[in-house]
Design a protein. Structure first.
Length: 576
């Protein structure tokens, strides 16, 4: 048999194996694999966090879901502060500029006008931040306007939910209720005091979006927890009555400011607290700090003669005087200082001392007792003590609780309201304690359910006697006659205190008060009215503050359906 090679063609002869070429190919393949592994390792191990961060920056979004801020209601369930739907308009400047917009076209012009901006201002805001991905263009924009903006379909312009606050009573309750800022945080008043309750707990959603801004995957969702509704003790009718009558009185007397506080005696609830000047909380851009002050709690003054009922009460308790005592009220000198009354009354009964607001009579009683006696009594009735209501900026005033040394003139003037500083709210609490015949109750700005347990700080019989003595203030010859409300018995006390001026002397004008309880036969409400620095002529509590007191108390008593207690009813005739 012939050899096989003879039958194979020349092309079929197998080429000899080249080991060098094989190794070269293997080395090339291996090098490529090593380079590929290095590249993949670089991406996965070294650059992975950076790449992941860049990817998340482009597509991952975390949005805070705000809650609707809690509603503030009055005692009858009517809204005093509530949230209404609104939107924040935001821009992505980088995305806006990538679209190369014409800021002068109709859509951008409408957007600018809707945000109260000029087109040039809008363009400047966006072009000044070309690398930013988030920029506020407008805060708390009305829902209807925000929807119109959304329909413009402008690239890079979007909106997020952010409710707006609305105050139905406007100026009448603004210093008390307060306002919220752009981030829905309480700035002052009850809005700040109850901020932790009204805020609720915001939610969160995390999603991934495509380059057009469309959501492609929802990664996490935590719904917001809505806050509770807070029901205040405020009565809407009483609040408006206090504010409107106080405003009229301050303007009539050309005074700097004024305050009024109304308290329900049996519960300690604050039915109304008004201050003037005030502001519009629904548009407060131009409001001044003076307009935002709650004079009833932020400012403290010497209380003047409003403390005299406590002087009489302590004198009766210590048996220094009797209800029928008659005191010498002629002018006299203490430590070289003359003490005298506005009028000339050589002798007055104890009731007459309150009716005529006699400084000499009150100082005689005070000098007959230890120096700390009035200090302790004043404090027991709430003067010089914080109310604990949580209201922002509340002043404690000045109270000489631990004072050890007293000159006789200081003890004498302390009896008619000098040497201490208190707020109108503290005076209202003093009279609420008097009206409950010596039962001291904590104050409340939220609605409470009676009965409210208090502390008996004075003999109820003595306190009731003093309240009935105070009725003489609104009778003919009394300093508070102009506070009279036809058909009702009132127990009031007027007061006038000189203000200390910048030189340290009492030359800074006057503060006028009228405080009291009604109806005197069974006191249900306590009211204090303060007018600061009247300049229209009169500067006495009986002529400045007393008419305001009466103008408030009349409508309040009728609104509360309290029956008149000063109407004489003829007894039935004997037909037997």
């Amino acid at each position: 048999m012939p050899p096989i090679k003879k039958f194979l063609g020349k092309d079929q002869i197998k080429a000899p194996f080249n080991p060098f070429r094989f190794r070269l190919i293997c080395l090339g393949v291996l090098s490529c694999m090593v380079l590929l592994l290095i590249f993949v390792g670089d991406l996965q191990l070294i650059k992975h966090p950076m790449l992941e961060h860049e990817a998340d920056q482009r597509s991952l979004r975390t949005v805070t879901l705000p809650t609707n801020r809690g509603t503030l209601l009055d005692r009858d369930g009517q809204a005093l502060a509530l949230s209404v739907p609104a939107r924040d308009i935001i821009a992505d400047p980088m995305r806006v500029l990538e679209a190369n917009p014409d800021f002068t076209n109709a859509k951008w012009t409408y957007l600018a006008s809707a945000l109260n901006l000029r087109p040039e201002e809008l363009r400047q805001q966006i072009t000044a931040n070309p690398k930013k991905r988030f920029l506020y263009l407008g805060r708390k924009i009305e829902l209807g306007i925000a929807k119109d903006i959304a329909e413009l379909h402008l690239k890079g312009i979007s909106s997020v939910y952010n409710d707006s606050r609305f105050y139905p009573m406007s100026e009448a309750a603004a210093p008390l209720i307060g306002i919220v800022g752009a981030d829905s945080n309480g700035l002052n008043g009850l809005e700040k005091g109850f901020d932790h309750v009204l805020q609720g707990e915001p939610g969160k959603e995390v999603y991934r979006q495509d380059k057009e801004g469309n959501i492609v995957a929802m990664l996490d969702y935590d719904p917001p927890k809505q806050p509770p509704t807070v029901q205040l003790s405020i009565d809407k009718f009483d609040q408006f009555t206090l504010y409107s009558k106080l405003r009229d009185g301050v303007l009539l007397n050309k005074a700097d400011s004024g305050a009024a506080v109304l308290i329900k005696i049996d519960t300690g609830e604050i039915l109304a607290m008004a201050s003037y000047p005030s502001f519009n909380p629904n548009n407060y851009e131009n409001a001044t700090p003076a307009q935002m002050r709650n004079t009833a709690i932020n400012d403290s003054y010497e209380p003047g003669s409003t403390v005299k009922p406590l002087v009489v009460l302590e004198g009766l308790e210590r048996h220094l005087i009797r209800p029928d005592s008659v005191l010498d009220t002629s002018p006299y000198t203490v430590n070289g200082h003359l003490i005298r009354d506005v009028g000339h009354w050589p002798r007055l009964t104890v009731t007459g001392i309150l009716q005529k607001s006699s400084d000499t009579g009150a100082s005689h009683i005070a000098l007959a007792m230890p120096a700390d006696a009035l200090v302790n009594t004043y404090q027991a009735f709430g003067l010089g003590k914080p109310t604990g209501l949580g209201l922002t900026g509340e002043s404690v005033g000045y109270f000489p609780l631990h004072r050890q040394r007293w000159a006789d003139i200081e003890r004498a003037t302390f009896a008619f309201g000098y040497g201490l500083r208190v707020t109108p709210l503290q005076i209202a609490r003093e009279y609420a304690t008097l009206g409950s015949f010596g039962v001291y109750r904590p104050l409340s700005i939220t609605k409470v359910t009676p009965p409210v347990v208090g502390t008996q700080v004075a003999n109820p019989v003595t306190a009731e006697t003093v309240v009935h003595m105070m009725e003489s203030d609104v009778l003919p010859g009394g300093s508070g006659l102009r506070a009279n409300v036809p058909g009702y018995r009132l127990a009031t006390k007027t007061g006038t205190a000189e203000k200390m001026g910048p030189t340290g002397k009492y030359d800074g004008g006057y503060v006028n008060y009228t405080a009291g309880v009604a109806p005197a036969s069974h006191p249900e409400v306590a009211l204090v009215v303060l007018v600061n620095h009247p300049t229209a002529g009169d500067h006495f509590g009986g002529t400045v503050a007393a008419p305001i007191f009466g103008n408030i108390m009349g409508p309040v008593l009728k609104h509360m359906n309290i029956a008149p207690d000063a109407i004489y009813t003829k007894p039935p005739s004997d037909k037997s």
